[in-house]
Design a protein around this ligand. Structure first.
Ligand SMILES: [Zn+2]
Length: 277
């Protein structure tokens, strides 16, 4: 059994063939998919992707993605809080949330050429912390998107010791990964593990205990090597499981079983019930 801990099945890229993709995912051994919402306008559809479809159980998460800061409004945090109160035990996590400093500047940094649409690091930190507070209030785990901001994230998480979750599409160092694991987080292994240029990543994913890893596709993005440049799909979690099994010298079955249990435990999936509209 495989679990895709991060798949944007609500995106328009899947509008024309969502059922076919779920059917293919089932045939590839996928039985659970976590669908993280990235902004308020996505939440309605994310929430609808809750329940079993084509033999695959879908679990929604709701959050505000740090890469799309201009889509978020201050009052969206209250709406997130309201939706979580309205649907207790039906939403798996707050996510995806986090920090993406790949193209941001600090408000104290002077850069004449900086695009004024770029968010500041301070704005991202404030939004991230407000969502960590919401997660803590509702006793929910979080799904993190962190790019070039692992130290800042780890520092902030120390203030929220009860909040656990998954660091999706992990891009940090081994020592940062070990700190996340100590804090109760799983490390997300995605399509990058199959890329020829990812030797360092493969080494890192071999050094961490299997009990600290989660598989994910991040579909429609982050396609594995064979699909590069094309739309990624949830059945590809089988390809990622195979790549991880190969570099760890384990069977795919073993990797699938342990990583599925990891996600089930950290996100308390056994306690998440389908919504009834
Ligand atoms: Zn994502």
């Amino acid at each position: 059994m495989l679990t895709d801990s991060h798949c944007h099945l609500d995106f328009s890229e899947f509008h024309h063939d969502r059922a076919i993709q779920l059917h293919q995912a089932f045939n590839a051994g996928v039985r659970r998919i976590v669908v993280p919402g990235i902004s308020r306008k996505h939440w309605g559809r994310t929430l609808q992707l809750n329940g079993e479809f084509c033999g695959v159980r879908l679990y929604p998460a709701l959050g505000m993605h740090p890469f799309f800061m201009s889509d978020h409004k201050a009052e969206d945090v209250e709406e997130l809080d309201r939706l979580l109160s309205q649907h207790p035990g039906q939403i798996a996590a707050v996510g995806e949330i986090g920090l993406d400093f790949s193209r941001t500047k600090s408000s104290t940094e002077k850069d004449e050429d900086a695009d004024s649409s770029q968010s500041s690091k301070e704005e991202q930190l404030a939004l991230f912390e407000s969502q960590l507070k919401v997660a803590q209030k509702h006793g929910l785990p979080v799904i993190l998107h962190v790019v070039k901001a692992h130290d800042q994230t780890l520092k902030l998480l120390k203030q929220y010791p009860d909040v656990k979750g998954i660091v999706h599409a992990y891009s940090g160092s081994l020592s940062q990964a070990e700190q996340y694991v100590k804090q109760g987080f799983l490390i997300g292994v995605g399509g990058a593990i199959t890329w020829p240029t990812s030797n360092k990543k493969r080494e890192l994913f071999t050094q961490l205990p299997l009990e600290s890893l989660a598989l994910e596709t991040d579909a429609p993005d982050m396609a594995p090597d064979g699909l590069k440049g094309q739309r990624n799909t949830p059945d590809q979690v089988a390809v990622i499981a195979k790549a991880l099994a190969e570099c760890r010298g384990m069977t795919v079955k073993q990797v699938g079983r342990v990583t599925s249990t990891n996600v089930e435990n950290v996100l308390h999936l056994a306690e998440v019930c389908p919504l009834v509209f």
